[in-house]
Structures are given as C-alpha cells and as structure tokens.
Design a protein around this ligand. Structure first.
Ligand SMILES: Nc1ncnc2c1ncn2[C@@H]1O[C@H](COP(=O)(O)OP(=O)(O)OP(=O)(O)O)[C@@H](O)[C@H]1O
Length: 267
C-alpha cells in the first residue's frame, strides 16, 4: 500500500482547543488527521500554536477541549503499552547531557526504560550509524559542532524506533549549509524507514523541500488556515531546490503564509 493511503489515521485531532490559565487561546478547534508515512510540516507565524499542537500530540500537554485519538492503533486493537504511542520528540536545542558521552546521551531513553548499557549497545550504535556518528560514541558534547550535536539529538530520538517523530524547529539554530545537509539526511532516513514525521518550521523553503503536506496555521487564536499537498516525488535532492516545481510550491506556501500572517494581524 502506498504510504498514507487507504489507512486509518495514525493520529486524529478533532476540534482541539487549548486555553492557557492566563486566557491565551493557543489553539482554537484544530482538526488534523495524520496518516502513516506522511511527512507533514506545520508552518506558521510565531505564536500560532505549532509547538502547543506538537506538545498535545506528544502527551506533554492536554487539550482544553476536543479529542486526540489514535485510530490506527485502536483498529489494530493494540494500544501502545503505558500509553507511549511510540513517539519521539526532537527539540530546537539538542539538550544533551554535557557530562555524558555521545553513547550515554543516546542510551538515555532506553536507560529510562531499564535497558542496561550492554543490552542497549547494538541499538545505540545502530542509531549513531543512522546519523553518521558511529565514530564519536566516546566523545563528549563539548567536542562536537552544532550540527553534530543535533545529529546526536536525532539519534537519541531514533534509538527507541519510534513510529511517529515530532520535530519542533530542529534545525532553526544551524547555519544554512548544515541545515541543508541535515534536511537531506533526514529525508533519506525517512524514505528508508517509513516513519511518520510532524515537523514544525517557520521556513517556507524547508517545509516545501521536506514535506508531502504543509499545514499552514494563523495566530490569535491559533488555527489551521490551509492544508496543502506538495505533490513532488522523492527522493528529493539538491536539484529539487532549483527546480520550477519547487519554486511553484514555495510561491504557493509563501502566499498561504502571507495570508495567515494577515489573518493573525487582523485578529
Ligand atoms: N504556558 C503558557 N502559558 C501561557 N501562554 C502560553 C504558554 N505557552 C504558550 N503560550 C502562548 O500560546 C500561543 C501559542 O504558543 P506556541 O509556542 O504554541 O506557538 P508557536 O507557533 O510554536 O510559536 P513559535 O513559532 O514562536 O515557537 C502564544 O501566544 C504563546 O505566547
């Protein structure tokens, strides 16, 4: 079956609202179905609720109203153990433990599940190989560049073999060359392993390059204003960045973002 087609959504948000204690309406009636294998970007101006939506999906925050369900799991009759839903989260900052080696940092999620260092070894090395850092297992974070630290953070997210990868502006703090390189590496991994990815970004260019679907959001209150497919084949390599089809999608996404910002300013 082609990715994302003819299957129950992996996660379904129905009219999800989030009102913080100070009265801020971070999300208003957000509905979103994500299917297995999709690479979905949440694109929108600052404050439109992208991170809030991701945190609710991850179970790090709860909705004030509306529902968050996992229809595919329910259909398989196999809810995730301990409500875990096989999710991993990558934040904008690598958030590595400075006193631990690269190996120790990547081992952490398994260690928290009670997996010993010896038992975790193969999985940790496999995750480091995925991000090209297998030779740096004994290095400390201070010895690594910004891009390498982010790779460690990604390896730490991958070591538990998640089905859903949530990424909150993971490359925003990196220089453009490193960002492009990590974009390519992430796409290669996604194509190989078939995860589902929800990727938060401010960048039109990054969202078009990576995703097969872009959900554009507006602020005050945070809401979905456009849901557009990026119907360009993978693998996408550097030539895609200079192709007419890429430019067309960037223009479309840029117009949608512009409209979203106007809608946010008017609100
Ligand atoms: N804990 C909180 N208490 C009160 N308001 C909050 C809290 N967290 C977020 N907000 C507000 O909710 C709105 C949505 O925030 P959120 O961080 O989800 O937006 P975002 O689209 O991810 O923004 P950015 O792109 O700047 O990271 C903003 O107005 C923000 O100030």
């Amino acid at each position: 079956m082609a990715r994302g087609e003819n299957s129950a959504p992996i996660i379904s948000l129905k009219k999800v609202s989030k009102v913080f204690a100070n009265g801020t309406v971070a999300l208003k009636e957000m509905s979103l179905d994500i299917k297995r294998g999709e690479f979905v970007s949440l694109l929108g101006p600052s404050g439109c609720g992208k991170s809030t939506a991701l945190r609710i999906i991850a179970g790090l925050s709860t909705a004030s109203s509306g529902s968050v369900t996992w229809p595919e799991e329910a259909r398989r009759g196999k809810p995730a153990e301990d409500g875990g839903h096989e999710i991993s989260f990558v934040f904008q900052e690598p958030t590595l433990m400075p006193w631990a080696t690269v190996f120790g940092n990547v081992w952490l999620p398994l260690r928290l599940k009670g997996v010993s260092k010896r038992a975790a070894r193969d999985d940790v090395i496999a995750a480091l190989e995925m991000v090209g850092l297998e030779d740096f297992a004994d290095s400390y974070p201070r010895e690594l560049s910004g891009g390498m630290k982010m790779r460690v953070s990604i390896a730490r997210a991958l070591v538990t073999k998640p089905r859903l990868l949530l990424m909150d502006e993971p490359f925003a703090a990196l220089d453009e060359i490193t960002r492009f390189k990590l974009n390519n590496d992430l796409l290669h991994l996604w194509e190989k392993f078939g995860w589902t990815v929800i990727f938060v970004t401010h960048s039109v260019f990054e969202s078009v390059y990576l995703s097969n679907r872009i959900v554009v959001m507006a602020a005050r209150p945070g809401r979905v204003v456009e849901d557009m497919a990026v119907d360009a084949p993978y693998p996408r390599e550097e030539e895609f960045r200079t192709s007419p089809v890429y430019n067309d999608y960037c223009r479309k996404a840029s117009n949608a973002l512009h409209d979203a910002m106007e809608a946010s300013a008017e609100a």
